[in-house]
Design a binder for this molecule. Structure first.
Ligand code: AMP
Ligand code: MG
Length: 481
């Protein structure tokens, strides 16, 4: 078979990319292949496993029509602006329409240093690339908008980190790789025509209705604000901590991107931080909605020359538009929590909100495992409250809450459809990655099987539903691995 890719991004926005080629890996071997995603992209899995398929997956065989580029973007990293970041170790190979007719970016991560590498080696290790594969596929199965992973290859090239590790390349599939940082980069050039072309490209690709609006660029801003609000609310409802919400890691599409230091909370605590470099807790669990708002303000700033005739009018319009963010966030969060608690639609939103607030206070106080709690709570709705009660130190507090909740008539079966039993728990991810780095892929495959059907309890997967053992300790994650 032969793959044909489009080069629309490279053609329409040449200022935002540098033509580049992936390094040829000395000994490429397929570690995982996402066959269902391959099918959706019209790619034949058997061919992908062949020598030419492997060359395609490694970026070595450039498909017809493709013009691979390292994308240029800026970004606020932990609040400080870096005007020129860009893909230091990634490449956009090109675009492909999937079986729904949606255009998808096909991109590589770990494919060698580009002109944006800033002294980095441009490489990636097997562990972190499999981590992105596992967590992004879990997010997809949980119904959270996300970039996806088509494959991870080991390259046969060692990567120097604190120790020498086996190198890998990940093939990432995304609605696009346009980020807030792409707009920051375009705005910083001072070239309003480039900014407008970028905005038009984003509208055509993600929000075509905005083109018909009275103010298309304001409509673009509002659409991105709504998509991000709904995304962050979903993260919050599943206990996901992204860990590095820099503006270069916030997409225009509203997909989760960049699975570096991310992790799921075990014990519920609003201040949870996993990333080793986030000493101030800027990207702590509870801060994520506010940080998304801050990032969107940076996005709005870039659009000011396009929003209205004067900058003042543009600022006023953008400020009003933040209501879209607040409303969408509240709606997605409250409907998500209503579903997790199995509450019928006729229960008033304020009743749900106060029940949720009380519950989160109790979970924090007793450091309750967030994910398994809700499955135990479904059992409580069925009449067996003991597993849930057993999680609380403040039993009297929980009992009071439990009786107010039960009085509202929760539906246990719908709770089981809203509350995952299997998530990529930190201790399981670490265990699987350690084994894979040593050459044993079985634990990765098992974990993928569990998290790819997160709501379906299956025999043999009991340990995948359990919280980390007590001796697992504080979990720390790392950037740029
Ligand atoms: P991240 O925090 O992972 O989004 O990465 C921030 C920036 O660092 C991006 O521009 C990446 O391309 C770049 N980067 C991260 N790791 C490496 C690496 N090993 N080599 C080159 N660039 C890197
Ligand atoms: Mg990034």
């Amino acid at each position: 078979m032969s793959v044909v890719l489009d080069d629309r991004f490279a053609r329409e926005l040449p200022e935002l990319g540098v033509a580049w080629r992936a390094e040829t890996p000395p000994d490429p071997r397929l570690l995982v292949l996402n066959e269902s995603l391959a099918a959706r992209l019209g790619l034949n899995a058997e061919w992908l496993r062949s020598p030419n398929g492997l060359r395609f997956l490694a970026g070595d065989l450039v498909p017809d029509g493709a013009a691979p580029v390292a994308q240029a973007y800026a970004g606020h990293q932990f609040g400080g602006l870096v005007p020129r970041l860009g893909d230091g170790r990634a490449l956009l190979l090109g675009e492909l329409a999937d079986d729904q007719g949606c255009v998808r970016d096909i991109a590589l991560k770990g494919s060698g240093a580009t002109p944006f590498a800033r002294g980095g080696d441009g490489l990636a290790a097997v562990g972190p690339m499999l981590r992105e594969y596992i967590v992004s596929e879990a997010m997809h199965a949980l119904g959270v908008p996300t970039t996806r992973s088509l494959a991870v290859l080991s390259t046969g090239r060692p990567v120097r980190r604190e120790e020498v590790l086996p190198g890998a390349v990940l093939l990432r599939v995304a609605s696009s790789h346009l980020r807030v940082g792409s707009f920051q980069y375009a705005a910083l050039t001072g070239d309003v025509d480039l900014l407008r072309r970028l905005a038009d490209h984003a509208i055509a690709r993600h929000y075509p209705d905005a083109a018909q609006a009275q103010r298309p660029y304001l409509a673009l801003f509002q659409a991105v604000a709504a998509a991000q609000a709904s995304l962050i609310a979903r993260w919050m409802s599943i206990g996901f901590v992204h860990g590095v919400m820099n503006t270069d890691n916030m997409t225009i599409s509203g997909e989760t991107i960049d699975y570096g230091p991310c992790a799921f909370m075990d014990a519920y605590h609003p201040e949870t931080v996993f990333s080793s470099i986030d000493q101030w807790g800027r990207y702590a669990y509870t801060n994520q909605p506010a940080i998304a708002g801050w990032n969107l303000a940076r996005f709005a700033e870039t659009l000011l020359p396009l929003l209205a005739d004067s900058i003042e009018e543009g600022i006023a319009l953008a400020e009003e538009s933040f209501d879209v963010f607040r409303t969408e966030y509240e709606n997605t969060w409250s409907s998500g929590m209503r579903a997790k608690l199995g509450l019928p639609p006729d229960i008033h939103a304020e009743v749900v909100a106060s029940l949720v607030d009380e519950l989160l206070g109790l979970l924090t106080e007793s450091r309750v495992d967030y994910t398994s709690f809700f499955r135990h709570l479904a059992d409580a709705a069925r009449g067996d409250a003991e597993p849930a009660r057993g999680l609380f130190a403040n039993l009297a507090g929980f009992d009071t809450w439990l009786s107010s909740w039960k009085a509202l008539g929760p539906d246990a079966d719908s709770m089981d459809r809203a509350n995952p039993i299997y998530i990529p728990r930190n201790h399981l991810v670490e265990e699987a990655l350690t084994a894979a780095t040593a050459g044993d892929l079985h634990p990765v495959q098992q974990l993928l099987t569990a998290v790819s059907a997160p709501y379906d309890q299956r025999p043999g997967f009991e340990r995948y539903a359990e919280p980390a053992p007590a001796d697992f300790g504080e979990y720390q994650t790392f950037c740029g691995t």
